[in-house]
Design a protein around this ligand. Structure first.
Ligand SMILES: [Zn+2]
Length: 1153
């Protein structure tokens, strides 16, 4: 039945669209749409040229590693004949309004600009220099030494301000961070940030890390020359003698390297005098009435976080008031008019000392009560404690210029915030795998003692910059990849060939396996195969194998996947303009489906469903003049009423699809249906994929809590009163198991679910997201969607989501060498056993964090090995294995562990661990456990690696000196300590997002990037140097940009020059700036161009399009902005960095005593 009888006026299907003639898509994912920022990285270039589809193998032993999963599709092919029995009322053509003339899929002329992309600036596959190399049969030309030479970073790369001065460079080589303070050893009644603010002048110089010149073992062999630079601390005093412990990262690890000798110790007498500091410290706490704030002028009196009346400081933290236990009670101050009862009164919780702060954490009963020492009244100078900005800058200047070659075992890569190129020399790039430590304790006792989690953050399909070479695809023909007979590990550079090359010994399990005759090669005098450098699997850390039919479900090569677009057409969706927007966008977006290599068109088929309380399926078969609609109103037992014509090739059915997308908004324009179903929608997509015997992805655009009578129906159970109770965890749990079971079915079919949510109220993300989460899908949420404000963000997200590289029906297994094994997994996936991570879909942004535990001793000689094998179906339906190998060092000395840690990765793991913990434990318990673990990590270092005599000092390992500040950011994040404005759905949403984030994403999410816009150099491509996330760093005469991967704030100080306001906002005064806009106006002046280019650059670097929010100083929205100034005390009770550092110090000292 035809939906619309009008003859279509679009172009005949199959013909190129205007503006697209001759356009070649070089690779999938590589072609940007208008408004889509081109990715920081180049296009995915697909498989290697010359790839040959293998002949189906014979006689190959089925893989034990990847048992085929799922059951054969049971729908028989003429199930469609049953359909009429189930079809509900067929809809008549809409009577309201004639459909718009079919516009085909014609596109604006701006699309023409595309032809400039894709060819010139993308390096495909093999470097030219590989050409002369001898090519082994059945494998790609390959030359390890021929990796593209590092080139200057493109302008899309992050660039920060001026290079650090030599002092900063040196500091990276410096020894353990030391917060030495006499006060720390004897907390005063006022405490270090935990007591009330006092008017006693603070002491500076309480923190210092001096040069490591006294640490001779390093300077003799690998260390930097002695230096007396004192970590940027402007101390007039000479550096403390010998207190730092050298913890610099070494380019190579010396096995058994001993920890620093304790003779380099420091005595208590070595503290600097408290007087004579050259500079008064910045007051980290709120000023008292009448006090002035030291440091840069931050704002008008009313703007500075004003101290609350201590009597109002009863935050959400339970626990006894500190005053009873920890010295004298805080002085009370009269309430300040104007500061109370803003947002339920918690405004009183400002940065700085909190009388009840200690109550939030366990183990502080003695705080402030050590007898015998005078209470030195002081506070830490924020400038003297480890600065994330400094660490980032140092790493960037020290490690950003040289490519990171992966040939050395256990080498710690540059930070994620540093731009660097990677040369694969046998270990996987850090873009694919990052570890919490690159030197693993040899024994489990040692690992337990340190409490440092051993984990790897793996992003198997990570996008690479265009300068780097994509993994080569190795085709071993019908015999498939060579594997160890016992553990089934795949051939890799660490396998040892023996007996003249006739056998190889497995580097994972030591089992000896015959080399298959076709794979035999002679060994050279060093025992290496003479062809090793011609074979990616013998010389590279990352590569792909073409999988044989044994790696396929039901021993059958897969069909290309399908995308099904499922659009909510209930009242809200139609009214907001969303339905029309989606349909308009799809008309052009369908031309950009992922395609592989040199394929002319995408192999992906598409289908369309609309729904409210019932589902509407569309037949868009190319032979039809008009699309046909079939309605299924019986949603209790979902089925697909049509098979033929539901999933189609875009080019073949172009006209019918265009017609359909034109008609959908009209058909439902007058709908009054407000209720929706949800589970039946997923079931419908699942059934359609089952019937088509393929994997695929559902794109569901959904607006409301599914309350209509149907399976998976939900009720509104939101209850913010549960926060801080034992039942808070239920807010994160799904309200029914129905969706978990559905997810299991989806995974079995390779049905990945991406969810775009547009809620105007609670819609239970915790439950709706279950299927998305467990199938490896993505969730996007646009609360209170408004077309004008949110459409850019939504469309950019949708375009990227549709175009990005994705694998289907994926199974990942991580093998390890004897002694450790993968024990725990975090991410968006499903596991039906303890080893295989199953994902219906896995895209280039998804990360899986894997934790390892010892099951035996490791040896320093052999180190430890990881091999991540991902079996997946490419977007063209090719079955492949992507292999990543990584070798790590092992140590018998704790100091070696601490020298080779990666704090950003550690935080990624800890955040995911905690975010999972809230499903089963009270949030406070989770927070306490995090603090406790980190205190143990640092206490173990303090006890075993640092000088035992400097008892009153906080000594942090160089590689972990940011652990406290970052940990504090995790603790006060919305999941673990929600702000007032944060909804239950927000928390569930963030919890799911973080669980799939890579290290770069968690880094900026927890510690946002803050850039002074008014300091930007309009003549250069670089970004202004970032500053620390504290209100004290803001000047009211400047403008700042803050980004965290989800939001971009542009903060405007009240005293910003009128000219700048005019240039950026196009209005003449501060008061005229509108914060209703989500974009900056396009103005033709250098400052406007510069700021917009910065925003565009940041948008390109992130996997999601960030929401831009303009915040005026002292405006209501500023509350929201301040929430992200993570070094400050938060309104929801989160500690300031200074306070938290002191608290950690206290915890550590308790563990040590
Ligand atoms: Zn083995």
């Amino acid at each position: 039945m035809s939906v619309n009888q009008q003859a279509h006026t679009g172009p005949p299907y199959g013909q190129p669209q205007p503006g697209y003639q001759g356009y070649q898509q070089p690779a999938y994912g590589g072609q940007p749409l208008p408004g889509v920022p081109q990715s920081q990285y180049g296009a995915y270039n697909g498989p290697m040229p010359g790839y040959q589809q293998p002949v189906p193998p014979q006689g190959y032993f089925p893989s034990l590693g990847f048992p085929s999963k799922g059951s054969p599709v049971s729908l028989n092919s003429d199930a469609s004949s049953l359909a009429p029995n189930f079809i509900g009322s067929l809809r008549a053509p809409p009577t309201s309004g004639a459909p718009p003339p079919a516009s085909g899929a014609s596109l604006p002329s701006s699309h023409l600009a595309y032809s400039q992309f894709g060819h010139g600036d993308v390096q495909n596959g093999i470097p030219a220099s590989a050409a002369p190399m001898q090519r082994p049969p059945a494998s790609q030309p390959f030359l390890p030494g021929s990796a593209p030479t590092p080139v200057s970073q493109t302008s899309t790369f992050q660039q920060y301000g001026p290079p650090p001065a030599s002092v900063q460079q040196l500091s990276n080589h410096m020894a353990g961070m030391t917060i030495g303070s006499t006060t720390a050893s004897a907390p005063p009644p006022a405490g270090l940030g935990y007591g009330p603010p006092t008017s006693i002048p603070p002491v500076s110089g309480s923190f210092s890390a001096t040069g490591s010149g006294l640490y001779t073992p390093y300077t003799a062999s690998q260390g930097p020359p002695p230096t007396s630079v004192s970590q940027g601390l402007p101390l007039a005093q000479p550096p403390f003698p010998g207190q730092p412990i050298s913890t610099q990262r070494l380019p190579t690890q010396v096995p058994g390297f001993a920890p620093p000798p304790s003779s380099t110790g420091i005595g208590p007498s070595s503290y600097p005098p408290t007087a004579g500091a050259p500079r008064p410290p910045t007051m980290p706490g709120p000023p008292l009435p009448g006090q002035t704030v030291a440091g840069p002028p931050t704002s008008q009196p009313n703007h500075v976080s004003s101290p609350p009346p201590p009597s109002a400081m009863s935050g959400p933290h339970p626990g006894p008031p500190m005053s009873g236990l920890h010295g004298p009670p805080p002085p009370t101050h009269p309430p300040q008019p104007g500061y109370q009862m803003q947002q339920n009164g918690s405004f009183g919780q400002v940065r700085g000392p909190q009388p009840n702060y200690g109550g939030a954490y366990p183990g502080t009963p003695n705080y402030g009560s050590q007898p015998g020492q005078p209470p030195p009244p002081k506070r830490l100078d924020p400038d003297s404690i480890p600065s994330p900005i400094q660490v980032i800058e140092d790493d960037r200047s020290n490690r950003g210029s040289e490519p990171f070659a992966t040939g050395v075992r256990g080498q710690v890569p540059p930070l994620v915030t540093t731009n660097f190129l990677v040369k694969d020399q046998g270990n996987a790039s850090p873009r694919y795998i990052r570890c919490t430590s690159y030197n693993i304790p040899c024994t489990s006792d040692m690992a337990k003692q340190s409490q440092v989690p051993l984990a790897a953050v793996i992003k198997p399909l990570a996008t690479l910059p265009p300068e780097e070479t994509l993994p080569y695809l190795v085709d071993h023909g019908e015999s498939g990849p060579v594997r160890c007979n016992r553990c089934k590990a795949y051939m890799c550079p660490f396998m040892q060939f023996i007996e003249g090359g006739r056998r190889f010994q497995c580097c994972f399990c030591s089992c000896v396996t015959e080399v298959p005759p076709h794979y035999f090669q002679h060994l050279d005098h060093t025992g290496k195969r003479v062809d090793f450098c011609d074979r990616p699997e013998l010389s590279l850390g990352s590569y792909e194998f073409l999988a044989t039919v044994d790696y396929c479900k039901n021993n059958k090569f897969p069909s290309p996947p399908a995308f099904i677009f499922m659009i909510d057409v209930s009242y809200n969706a139609v009214k907001s303009g969303l339905v029309r927007l989606i349909c308009e966008e799809l008309k052009s977006l369908l031309d950009y489906l992922p395609r592989e290599g040199n394929m002319e068109e995408s192999a992906i088929r598409v289908g369309f469903v609309t729904y409210n309380k019932v589902l509407h399926f569309y037949n868009v078969k190319s032979s039809l003049a008009q699309p046909q609609m079939m309605v299924v109103s019986d949603v209790a037992d979902m089925f697909v009423p049509l098979l033929d014509g539901f999933l189609v090739n875009v080019n073949e059915s172009r006209t019918v699809i265009a017609s359909l997308l034109d008609q959908i908004p009209e058909m439902f324009a007058d709908t009054r249906e407000t209720e929706t179903v949800f589970a039946p929608v997923i079931q419908a997509g699942l059934e359609a994929l089952k019937a088509a015997e393929c994997a695929g992805k559902l794109f569901i655009f959904h607006t409301s809590l599914p309350i209509a009578e149907a399976p998976g129906k939900l009720k509104n159970r939101d209850d913010k009163k549960l926060i801080n109770t034992d039942k808070e965890k239920t807010l994160f749990q799904p309200q029914t198991n129905f969706y978990s079971n559905l997810a299991k079915d989806c995974v079995a079919q390779g049905c990945c679910v991406d969810l775009f949510l547009f809620p105007n109220q609670y819609l239970d993300v915790a439950t709706l997201g279950v299927v998305t989460y467990q199938t490896g899908g993505s969730i996007y949420k646009y609360a209170y969607f408004q077309l004008e404000i949110d459409q850019d963000r939504f469309l950019n997200d949708l375009r990227r989501d549709v175009q990005k590289e994705v694998g289907f029906d994926a199974v990942m297994r991580v093998r390890t060498s004897t002694g450790i094994r993968a024990t725990d997994f975090f991410g968006a996936f499903y596991m039906s056993n303890t080893t295989d991570v199953e994902m219906a879909g896995l895209d280039c942004d998804k990360t899986i964090t894997v934790e390892f535990k010892h099951d035996d001793k490791l040896s320093e000689d052999s180190g430890a090995l990881l091999q991540c094998a991902l079996l997946y179906t490419s977007c063209a339906g090719q079955r492949r294995l992507r292999i990543h190998n990584l070798s790590l060092n092992c140590c018998t000395q704790l100091a070696d562990l601490y020298r080779n840690c990666e704090t950003d990765t550690l935080i990624n793991y800890l955040a995911k661990y905690a975010y999972r913990g809230v499903l089963g434990s009270p949030v406070k318990t989770v927070r306490d456990a995090l603090i406790n673990q980190c205190a143990q990590i640092l206490a173990c270092y303090r006890k075993n690696c640092a000088n035992p005599s400097s008892a009153g000092q906080l000594i942090l390992p160089e590689c972990m000196k940011l652990l406290p500040v970052y940990l504090n950011c995790v603790l006060k994040s919305d999941v673990l300590q929600p702000g007032l404005e944060v909804t239950t759905d927000d928390r569930a949403y963030i919890r799911q997002l973080v669980t799939s984030m890579d290290v770069a994403e968690t880094n900026v999410f927890f510690y946002p990037r803050l850039l002074p816009l008014t300091k930007a150099d309009v003549d250069s491509d670089s970004l202004p140097a970032a500053i620390r996330n504290s209100e004290e760093r803001l000047s009211k005469g400047d403008m700042y940009l803050l980004e965290n991967g989800l939001n971009i704030f542009v903060w405007v100080g009240v005293n910003v020059q009128q000219g700048l306001i005019q240039n950026l906002f196009g209005v003449s005064s501060f008061s005229q700036i509108s914060n209703a806009s989500s974009t900056l106006p396009v103005l033709e002046n250098p400052f406007s161009k510069k700021v917009r280019s910065i925003v565009d650059m940041l948008q390109m670097q992130r996997s999601r399009y960030m929401k831009l929010i303009i915040v005026k100083q002292e405006d209501k929205l500023e509350m929201l902005f301040k929430h992200f100034l993570v070094e400050d005390k938060s309104l929801s009770g989160g500690a300031s960095y200074v306070d938290f550092l002191c608290h950690m110090h206290k915890e550590i000292r308790q563990l040590l005593s």
